[in-house]
Design a protein around this ligand. Structure first.
Ligand code: FAD
Length: 511
């Protein structure tokens, strides 16, 4: 799938808003603006010397400085990104895009960039939603799509070495040929890539069964301006701190991940999905926590709150005669586990059968496609996420909802929430906001997001469970970890990237 600026997803398969949804938007005060997208205007790029350096490293055919290529690599896919794309805002446009074909080419690029006064942004799938592709100064994008190989598959250890530019579906296809799966299915699966999963510590919809992406990584190769680092000699080691954890989540600030070794599993021969109804989010939460703490966990475990359940279920009868309540989805890669169902039933759940489960499975990557027609209609729609220990989840959910409603008061929002990643000690919360756009929807969202960030900090949540830091969360992240930890990150960056070539201003605040 080739992503296009200003709209998410496969342009060949857009999703239309149901007429009922368009009507419902009127109750939120949403008014269509009919603003036409503005075409981007070019601006001067690199010097001849800089272009010549890039061509020497990757070859003439693999350097693009035309407007179309550069525009296609401009920022990511947050709502503010889409709105700025639609306004023709070229401020985050790279001066060139280079397509290296090997680790050595990446290494040579990084080694020469300081001398050429070039900043670089690594780009795997380009699906960042936190400003991770928009550095603080002009830059060249290093698009890793030509690093698209399954390098090695060790069936004895059940590991696979995948290059950073392998997209989600391609990784699954390569592994499926040998009877394996990675089991990593984020909602951005169609566009995101292995390198980005590792760099931003992604978490997929099957995380209850397969774990987060960072839990799957056993080895990583990192190209830095100072040289190469290879980590992961054994699955576990007591030889000092685990430096793999320094690379995972480093979002291109320390180096470019060129390949990762991941744990793989046999491809399941059967899958089951089904829906469960609970009286309220609180009763569902207790059930989900019971599974997370005492098991047996399914592969997929999701719980929507009352608002999300009502908005997402076109047919309320799915919940048993329109009687309200909330919807949980469970899914199994492999045989159905009755013991999981027994835990849910004992906690007050009602089994709704396969229909809601299949509805969710079939539509699992389609929901983000709705954001574009919603924006077209004049709605502001965006998501945010966090995680916390179980004891803090109810207060955190209430505080974020209150902050969003308060900040968007003039255009009262719908605030939807679900849990889709669980751990023994806690879970993530994922919020979706829908309301009428004000005259300045970018500032409108930034104001609301600041309020939500403060509520997250005050209620003991983390600024991100899986979207990462980028530029949007950089300052909140610095506050979360404290000045000494920021100094530590800066010291690592100074060692690996002394000239601040890599993703300047992303992840770590600049001095
Ligand atoms: C519609 C939608 C749904 C989403 N759903 C999910 C979800 O379910 N779960 C989830 O975890 N995330 C989700 N995301 C966020 C995003 O897809 C993830 O953060 C993903 O991991 C990014 O992967 P990517 O390959 O697109 O990375 P990119 O966007 O290319 O890069 C992300 C960051 O990492 C850096 N980077 C990229 N490649 C490398 C590399 N090889 N080495 C070093 N640094 C690198 C970039 O410079 C950037 O700062 C979603 C995004 C969208 C738009």
């Amino acid at each position: 799938m080739q992503l296009t600026p200003g709209r998410w997803g496969d342009p060949a398969h857009p999703v239309d808003l149901p007429t009922a949804a368009v009507d419902a938007l009127k109750h939120l005060g949403v008014r269509r603006t009919d603003a036409e997208p503005v075409e981007p205007v070019d601006r001067p790029g690199l010097t001849a010397d800089q272009l010549s350096f890039l061509s020497q490293v990757v070859g003439n055919d693999h350097v693009a400085s035309d407007l179309e290529s550069r525009w296609a690599h401009t920022r990511g896919y947050s709502t503010t990104d889409l709105l700025r794309d639609r306004a023709g805002d070229t401020s985050d446009m790279p001066d060139a895009v280079v397509y290296p074909a090997s680790h050595d080419e990446v290494q040579d690029l990084l080694a020469g960039c300081a001398e050429q006064d070039l900043a670089v942004v690594p780009y795997s799938g380009g699906t960042s939603v936190v400003g991770g592709l928009a550095p603080s100064r002009r830059f060249v994008t290093v698009d890793l799509r030509r690093l698209d190989q399954l390098v090695e598959l060790d069936e004895v250890s059940r590991t696979a070495t995948l290059q950073a530019g392998v997209r989600g579906p391609a990784a699954e296809a390569l592994l499926a040929e040998r009877g394996y799966t990675l089991g990593h299915f984020p909602q951005s699966y169609e566009g995101a890539s292995i390198g980005g999963y590792a760099a931003a510590r992604s978490s997929g919809q099957s995380s209850a069964g397969y774990g987060r992406f960072d839990q799957m990584v056993v080895g990583v190769t990192l190209a830095t301006p100072r040289g190469t680092i290879e980590l992961g000699r054994a699955p576990m080691s007591a030889a000092g701190p685990d430096l793999r954890q320094l690379v995972l989540g480093s979002e291109g600030a320390f180096g470019i991940i060129t390949s990762v070794v991941v744990r793989i599993r046999p491809r399941p021969t059967e899958r089951h999905f089904e829906g469960w109804r609970f009286e309220s989010f609180d009763t569902g939460l207790a059930a989900v926590r019971r599974l997370a703490q005492d098991g047996p966990l399914p592969t997929v475990l999701r719980l929507s709150d009352e608002v999300e359940t009502a908005v997402n279920l076109a047919d309320p009868d799915v919940l048993g005669g329109g009687s309200g309540g909330v919807l949980a989805i469970i899914g199994f890669d492999g045989p159905y586990n009755q013991a999981t169902a027994d835990v849910l039933a004992a906690a007050g759940g009602t089994n709704l059968g396969v229909e809601p489960g299949e509805l969710w499975r079939v539509g699992r990557y389609r929901a983000p496609y709705l954001r574009d027609p919603l924006l077209d209609e004049g709605a502001l729609v965006e998501t945010l996420e966090t995680a916390a220990f179980w004891s803090r989840i109810p207060a955190l959910k209430a505080a974020v909802t209150e902050a969003l409603v308060g900040a968007l008061g003039a255009t009262p929002p719908l605030v939807l929430c679900h849990i889709s990643h669980v751990y023994e000690t806690g879970a993530s919360l994922y919020f979706t906001v829908i309301c009428a756009q004000s005259d300045d929807p970018i500032e409108q969202w930034r104001t609301a997001k600041r309020a939500a960030n403060q509520a997250i900090a005050d209620a003991g949540g983390t600024i991100s469970h899986h979207h990462g830091v980028g530029t949007d969360h950089r300052d909140a992240y610095a506050t979360e970890i404290g000045p000494l930890a920021v100094e530590t990150l800066r010291a690592v960056k100074q060692t690996l990237d002394p000239d601040n070539v890599l993703n300047p201003g992303i992840l770590i605040p600049e001095d």
